[in-house]
Design a protein around this ligand. Structure first.
Ligand SMILES: [Zn+2]
Length: 393
């Protein structure tokens, strides 16, 4: 949700321009502040930022997209395994032209990954798992002595020559792994290039899923559970595998809500109702909505304002009206995705916490500017969860 002032919105941020009485009420009756969710040494994104929000230092626990997203899809990892995200991409004349193979559908990509698994997989060594759409997984089993190789994220390398961006080892120990990954990438073209799914796609002018691209590799993080850390039972509601994976490693209950999409058309009311039900069994529910981030990536300020209004009315308002017991409630973005640049940034995000045990500050609205004057000031990392749970002031 967090953003910069947008000229078309009268130099207001989408949060300032949106009609969001429920978030404003939390800020008005509670206490606000700014939270630095992304440490300077890490890349801004939901993985690092949401770990911070939940009270886990991402410098210690964020091991890469692969292991977290795999956990979100119930792919079990051993301590010795390395999990990579594995995109279906489009290569043309030696150039990487599409990180998502034309946003290939689930059915098509499922067939392609099955073929890859059959031709190139070796159980207990090199295993491929189906994910959603273009997002799949490569698990290297029993890889403890070998280093994780950093691979180029395909969305950052569009238009570049494949030979330039193939995985390279920076240490001698990583040489065998990077050789293996290079071989997997190059061989996948032979396996997929003439697959009937791709022939059919090319016939109608769509990009083929003719290569796989591993990236975001890492080992399973060793994390204390949320219950061990804070003595509280937690649950997670999200449509996004990365976020569910954080919940899995934190030992939280993952609640699946029908009709959630990770987009503007998600089931806001369903998330609210399932969150209310979850509060009957759990002490804390973390509800994540991806839509404003996607609107930021699309550089669409009107859409972003609408996603914030939907979130306020259809989810937060519905939760507040449906609460059966006194609760602590907080609202915050994980990281900014400003319209102007269409990608994640690392500025501190506004947050507001309402609790009958917290004295209200002077802030009356929930937005980037108002939160600067909040009673909590500027805090970092675990500071948010400690204040939310009333373990510090
Ligand atoms: Zn994003």
């Amino acid at each position: 949700m967090a953003d910069y002032p947008v000229p078309e919105l009268g130099n207001r941020t989408p949060l300032q321009a949106a009609n969001k009485p429920n978030m404003d009420a939390i800020a008005a009756k509670g206490c606000s502040g700014l939270l630095k969710t992304v440490p300077d040494s890490l890349m801004p994104g939901s993985g690092t930022a949401i770990l911070s929000v939940l009270g886990y230092d991402p410098r210690r626990f964020y091991t890469g997209r692969g292991p977290f997203e795999a956990a979100g899809r119930n792919i079990a990892l051993d301590e010795k395994d390395v999990a990579y995200r594995c995109n279906l991409v489009t290569e043309e004349d030696g150039i990487l032209i599409d990180y998502s193979a034309g946003h290939i559908t689930n059915n098509e990509s499922g067939e392609l990954i099955k073929k890859i698994s059959l031709e190139m997989g070796r159980s207990g060594e090199v295993e491929f798992f189906e994910g959603l759409d273009y997002r799949h997984f490569l698990i290297l089993r029993n890889y403890l002595p070998k280093e994780v190789v950093a691979c180029t994220p395909p969305h950052d390398a569009i238009g570049r020559s494949v030979s330039e961006i193939l995985p390279k080892a920076v240490t001698a120990e990583a040489e065998a792994t990077s050789r293996l990954l290079r071989r997997i990438i190059l061989e996948s073209k032979d396996v997929l290039g003439h697959h009937p799914v791709n022939v059919a796609r090319e016939k109608v002018g769509k990009n083929a899923g003719n290569m796989i691209w591993p990236w975001g590799g890492g080992r399973k993080p060793v994390m204390p559970t949320y219950k061990q850390k804070y003595g509280v039972d937690g649950a997670v509601i999200s449509a996004v595998d990365l976020v569910k994976g954080i919940g899995v490693y934190a030992g939280m209950k993952i609640i699946e809500v029908p009709g959630t999409t990770g987009l503007y058309d998600t089931n806001y009311e369903g998330k609210a109702d399932f969150a209310l039900d979850a509060l009957e069994e759990c002490d804390m529910v973390f509800v994540h909505v991806e839509a404003p981030d996607e609107a930021g990536h699309s550089k669409d300020y009107e859409l972003k304002r609408r996603t914030i209004e939907d979130l306020d009315k259809r989810l937060i308002g519905r939760v507040m009206n449906g609460l059966k017991h006194e609760c602590v409630i907080a609202v915050l973005p994980d990281h900014p995705t400003p319209i102007k640049i269409g990608t994640h940034t690392r500025e501190p995000v506004p947050f507001a916490i309402y609790s009958s045990n917290i004295e209200a500050d002077k802030v009356r609205r929930f937005d980037e500017e108002s939160a600067r004057l909040g009673g909590f000031g500027l805090i970092e990392g675990e500071g948010f969860m400690l204040r939310f749970l009333g373990k510090t002031v």
